[in-house]
Design a protein around this ligand. Structure first.
Ligand code: 5RP
Length: 220
């Protein structure tokens, strides 16, 4: 599975892009494949595409591919947001944040006119079950952990590679991976709100189906 599926999903997303569009640009390897394909089109068709990136990774990839970087100050409503996901359930609820970029990803998705999620088949599940990433202000780490345990999660502080200690997000925060077990489809929206209502929790990786317009599945 994996990269063929990701490539095919990215190709499907390419068909949604029109000259002059402002894109919300998610993060991750599938999005990077999409940006590389878009770059080829930009060069061939001399298109003008603007993009609001959600991480340094997608920022660099967008620049490499001739996308003009803009921000939400200038364009508060991007035409189309393209992003990947770590799991998608049968109702189109998603978990994101494998790359730790879910805070900006959710802001840009919510701001955009349309949101298309690109995944390979391995990401499809009946119910969401992987740990939910929660971005947390370092100052609030102890308190937020306790509250998330109170909501039923097993909580782990994410550690990165290439540096000792916790992973630090592009916003300077910690990530807690919170295992709630299987999440019933109907409870995703409630849980997303409950997590965000803890003071010090900045945002979480649950993307309820109301945020998602389309899921494009690339088959291998
Ligand atoms: C980053 C994300 C990514 O979209 C998600 O992890 C999927 O990544 P990939 O396309 O590499 O499988 O949410 O925060």
């Amino acid at each position: 599975m994996g990269s063929d599926g990701k490539y095919n999903a990215a190709k499907l997303a390419l068909e949604l892009v029109k000259d002059g569009m402002v894109l919300g640009i998610g993060s991750g390897s599938t999005v990077e494949i999409f940006l590389n394909l878009l770059g080829e089109r930009i060069r061939k068709e001399e298109m003008e595409i603007y993009g609001v990136p959600t991480s340094y990774q997608s920022h660099f990839a967008a620049i490499r591919n001739g996308i003009k970087i803009v921000d939400l100050l200038e364009h508060s409503e991007p035409d189309l947001c393209i992003d990947g996901a770590d799991q998608v359930d049968s109702k189109m609820n998603c978990i994101k944040g494998g790359g730790g970029a879910m805070t900006r990803e959710k802001i840009v998705a919510c701001a955009s006119k349309k949101v298309a999620i690109i995944v390979d088949e391995s990401k499809l599940v009946e119910k969401l079950s992987m740990p939910v990433p929660v971005e947390v202000l370092p100052f609030a780490y102890g308190y937020v952990s306790k509250k998330l345990k109170g909501l039923g999660a097993e909580v782990k502080l994410r550690h990165g590679s290439g540096k000792v200690g916790p992973t630090i997000t592009d916003n300077g925060n910690f990530i807690l991976d919170c295992d709630f077990g299987e999440i019933v489809n109907e409870k995703v929206e409630r849980l997303e709100k409950d997590i965000n209502s803890v003071s010090g929790a900045v945002e979480n990786g649950l993307f309820p189906k109301v945020i998602v317009d389309e899921v494009l599945v690339g088959k291998s």
